[in-house]
Design a protein around this ligand. Structure first.
Ligand code: ADP
Ligand code: ADP
Length: 227
């Protein structure tokens, strides 16, 4: 759990491409924020700045009061889930989930405990020995979520995690991610261009256009949902 403060955040890529302009948002512990808006409006850029994968041109990003702008990604206590899963094809499901913990020199017992627990939560217990290619799209996406869960990070970032799934799976995984959030209560920033995902998952929705926040509010306030 973490409180996030984003104050006057801007991002200018070289050649004067301003991707994000004066972004202001405070996120409370345990919120599920959905950033929504058309392609190119700056959602991924915003997420990558929070992750530390992209430098913040201007403004301040604080996590639990600590200024994060210059903290390297590996020291941020943030776990990110990508659209394309980014699983290691040559590693088993278990090793995919264990990898980040091994890199961080966790003890074997602790790694096993965390991976087993995440596999249970995600219904992956029977698949731990399989390689990603022997999994369905939904199962792969669960492994990607599992890799984030085992980190026990303070903040989850998700960049269009469901956009490669077919409609039925998207519907299922949407419900599963919501359930997971109810259970873990990890503060989450979730990026999508899908309004249905925003309506059904968010505690608060942030609508962006051309790098600027247009509107912030609950699903009810923004879309009058549930009616
Ligand atoms: P998204 O699916 O979030 O819209 P894109 O497919 O637009 O992302 O971008 C894919 C990758 O290409 C991103 O990592 C982004 O940083 C990079 N990218 C996007 N637009 C540009 C650009 N105009 N110049 C250079 N790189 C870009
Ligand atoms: P979204 O995630 O909403 O699709 P992005 O954050 O990927 O939007 O992109 C916002 C703007 O910044 C777009 O105009 C895109 O072309 C530009 N952009 C993204 N990444 C880069 C990059 N690495 N270099 C230059 N321009 C980029």
């Amino acid at each position: 759990m973490a409180k996030i403060e984003l104050a006057h955040i801007s991002k200018t890529y070289e050649k004067d491409v301003t991707a994000v302009k004066d972004f202001n948002l405070e996120i409370e512990d345990g919120e599920f924020i959905v950033l929504v808006g058309p392609s190119g409006c700056g959602k991924s850029t915003m997420l990558r700045m929070i992750a530390g994968l992209e430098e913040i041109t201007d403004g301040e990003f604080k996590m639990d009061g600590r200024l994060m702008n210059d903290v390297p990604p590996k020291n941020r206590d943030i776990a990110m889930v990508f659209q394309n899963y980014a699983l290691y094809p040559h590693m088993s499901v278990y090793d995919n989930m264990a990898f980040a913990l091994k890199m961080r020199k966790f003890k074997k017992d602790e790694i096993r405990r965390r991976v087993t627990e995440a596999a249970k939560v995600l219904g992956l217990e029977e698949y731990l020995k399989r390689k990603p290619r022997a999994l369905s799209g939904g199962q792969r996406q669960r492994v990607a979520l599992g890799r984030a869960i085992v980190r026990d990070a303070k903040l989850f970032l998700m960049d269009e995690p469901l956009s490669n799934l077919d409609a039925k799976l998207r519907f299922q995984m949407r419900a599963e991610i919501s359930k997971l959030h109810h259970r873990l209560k990890t503060t989450t920033v979730y990026v999508t261009h899908d309004q249905t995902e925003a309506m059904t998952m968010a505690t608060r929705i942030v609508i962006m256009k051309d790098g600027v926040i247009q509107q912030v509010g609950s699903p009810k306030e923004v879309y009058d949902y549930p009616a």
